[in-house]
Structure formats: structure tokens, C-alpha cells
Design a binder for this molecule. Structure first.
Ligand code: G3H
Ligand code: 13P
Ligand code: NA
Ligand code: ZN
Length: 328
């Protein structure tokens, strides 16, 4: 069944678990996530970015969501817009059947310029007012994702803040978070504490200096009833880096967010954990392996099937680690 983010995260808060939000762009990723949720009896959040909507088409996404809920009627699925950049993007997602949208006003609509307070509150509040009329949930974001090591925003994949950011911008201020939630009435709040999107988050295993989990604890103390969201939460496992590099890839050494840090976050109000990069790596590793071991192969199913299975394993592991398993 399709459910809203509010329904799902309220249940998660009541039962002390977190819910991974996995990104999809195609049928293989949707099926892989659902197979994992089904195997461990977990609810799940499937999210699509603006890039995913452009890649797959809204009509295709809409029917894929209908298809997966028809195939797995007993699995609660929240269909969420990841990083909506303006109110119109959120409204067209709702028209396409999404049950939840993110209005990311931490950046202006260009996806590069940090949004100031009035801008962020203004666009987020507008989306909440409209979405709530139709029973749709809204995630907002306060603070800009980026590295505390370098001070740089996300830039790797062409979206994210441009140039140097201050620690004030990179770390969500707990008192401002209280005001932001009161003014906008968001259902869930994404916060910034040193993570960034993509594979290259940290140049070493992160400690409290570069992954500021204490910010989450402070915000949770002041906002015990607000569902917190961690973006950039891929763990970038060494095994996946190794498979990619073993079969011709060239990923530089890197670190992601350790699962135990996410588990600590879940103890302090984190309910939605965004993961895309780990699944991209899981699939790509298998595709590289099959093609390099079988250079004569040209049937896409021969590499997409193992790619899906690797993604299912990753998703299943996170559903177990975040205690989502068994909650469907
Ligand atoms: O925001 C980051 C997600 O990983 C989605 O990435 O915008 O390349 O689809 P994307
Ligand atoms: P990763 O790049 O760490 O998987 O983060 C995904 C994300 O935050 C999507 O919004
Ligand atoms: Na999101
Ligand atoms: Zn994100």
C-alpha cells in the first residue's frame, strides 16, 4: 500500500526505528528495493530526484509505483520527491502520484546559491500549505550539505552549493531548527552536519570533527517530536570500492558515513536516511564484473540481474541495520 511520509515516520518514531530512503531512476532499482523490503518485511521510502524524473518520465515513474504496490500489496511504500527545488516541482510530483515531497529551500531554485532564511521559510511554508490540503507530506531542509574538511558544498555531480561555505552554513543551528519547524510546519526536517552527496564525503574515517553527530543530538533535545532526515548517508563500503576497482573502475580512496553513526542518529530522532550512492556502486560493481569476465556478453539481463541482486543485498542490509525489518 502507498502511504505518506508522515504516517511512516510517526510509526518509526513510536517504534524506535529508521527508514532508508532509496533513490530510483529505473525499473531495476524499483524492483531491487521492493525485493529487499519483501524479504525482511519492511516498509520503505522510494524517492526520485528531478534528475530521475527527467530520465524516466513522470508517467513511467507513476506506473512503476503502481506496479510495485500491486506486486507487493502488503509492503507500505512512501513515494517521495527528493530535493524539489521550487514549489512548482513539488506540485507536479504530487500530480504524478508522489505521497511526499521535499522542498529544499536550503538552496535557491538554481540549486547552487544558498537560500537565506526568508527565502527558505517562504518556499517551504508555501509547499506545506498546499501539500497538506491534499494530505501529502513535506520534508524541508535547514543548513547546506557540504564538507567540514574542505568547506566546499556538493559539486561532484553538478548540483549543490557553489564555492566555500562557513561552518555556520554547514551545521544546522538547533535554535533556528526550532523556529523553522514552527514557522513552516514541515513533517520532517533534513539537517546539515558534515555529510555531502556522492562517494567522496570524507578523506579519512570520519570522527566528530568532520561528521557532527552531536548536532543531531542537540536538535533532537529541542525538537523531540520532529522527524529528522540525514542526507548523504551512503556508507561507501570498501568492498564495493574494491569490486569496482578490481574490474576496471578507477575510484579514488574515500570514506562515507559509518552505519554505526547512523544507528546513533536513529537513537536521537533520525527517521529518514537517504541512500543513493551505495546502490549505484553495488549495481555498477556487478555490471563491471559480468562484462569484464564475459566480454562476449551483450544481453542486458545478464548484467542487470546480478546488479539488481547486489542492490537488493545492500537495501536488505540497511533495512536490518536501521531496524526497519519486521515493521511492515
Ligand atoms: O541528491 C542526490 C541524489 O543522489 C540524487 O541524485 O540528482 O543525480 O538523481 P541525482
Ligand atoms: P548519498 O549520495 O550519500 O547516497 O546520498 C543520497 C541523498 O542524500 C539523496 O538525497
Ligand atoms: Na529527500
Ligand atoms: Zn540529498
Amino acid at each position: 500500500a502507498r502511504i505518506t511520509l508522515r504516517q511512516l515516520l510517526d510509526h518509526a518514531a513510536e517504534h524506535d526505528y529508521g527508514v532508508p530512503a532509496f533513490n530510483i531512476n529505473n525499473m531495476e532499482q524499483a524492483l531491487a528495493i521492493m525485493a529487499a523490503a519483501n524479504e525482511v518485511d519492511a516498509p520503505v521510502i522510494i524517492q526520485a530526484s528531478r534528475g530521475a524524473r527527467a530520465y524516466a518520465h513522470d508517467v513511467m515513474l507513476k506506473h512503476m509505483m503502481d506496479a510495485v504496490t500491486e506486486i507487493y500489496p502488503h509492503i507500505p511504500v512512501c513515494v517521495h520527491l527528493d530535493h524539489g527545488n521550487e514549489p512548482a516541482t513539488c506540485m507536479t510530483a504530487i500530480q504524478a502520484g508522489f505521497t511526499s515531497v521535499m522542498m529544499d529551500g536550503s538552496l535557491k531554485a538554481d540549486g547552487k546559491t544558498p537560500g537565506d532564511w526568508d527565502y527558505n521559510v517562504g518556499v517551504t511554508k508555501k509547499v506545506v500549505e498546499m501539500a497538506h490540503l491534499g494530505g501529502i507530506s513535506v520534508e524541508g531542509e535547514l543548513g547546506v550539505l557540504g564538507s567540514l574538511e574542505t568547506g566546499m558544498g556538493d559539486k561532484e555531480d553538478g548540483h549543490g552549493a557553489e564555492g566555500k561555505l562557513s561552518h555556520d552554513q554547514l551545521l544546522t543551528n538547533p535554535d533556528e531548527a526550532v523556529k523553522f519547524v514552527a514557522e513552516t510546519k514541515v513533517d520532517a526536517l533534513a539537517i546539515a552536519m558534515g555529510t555531502s552527496h556522492g562517494a567522496y564525503k570524507f578523506t579519512r574515517k570520519p570522527d566528530g570533527d568532520i561528521l557532527a553527530m552531536h548536532v543531531i543530538e542537540e536538535i533532537h533535545k529541542k525538537l523531540p517530536n520532529t522527524h529528522l532526515v540525514m542526507h548523504g548517508s551512503s556508507s561507501v563500503p570498501q568492498e564495493l570500492q574494491d569490486i569496482i576497482n578490481k574490474y576496471g573502475g578507477q575510484m579514488k580512496p574515500t570514506w562515507g558515513v559509518p552505519v554505526e553513526e547512523i544507528q546513533r542518529g536513529i537513537k536521537h530522532g533520525v527517521r529518514k536516511i537517504n541512500i543513493d550512492t551505495d546502490n549505484r556502486m553495488a549495481m555498477t560493481g556487478q555490471i563491471r564484473k559480468v562484462l569484464s569476465e564475459n566480454p562476449g556478453e551483450f544481453d542486458p539481463r545478464k548484467y542487470l540481474k546480478p546488479a539488481m541482486e547486489a542492490m537488493t543485498r545492500l537495501c536488505k542490509q540497511r533495512l536490518q541495520e536501521f531496524n526497519t525489518a519486521g515493521q511492515a
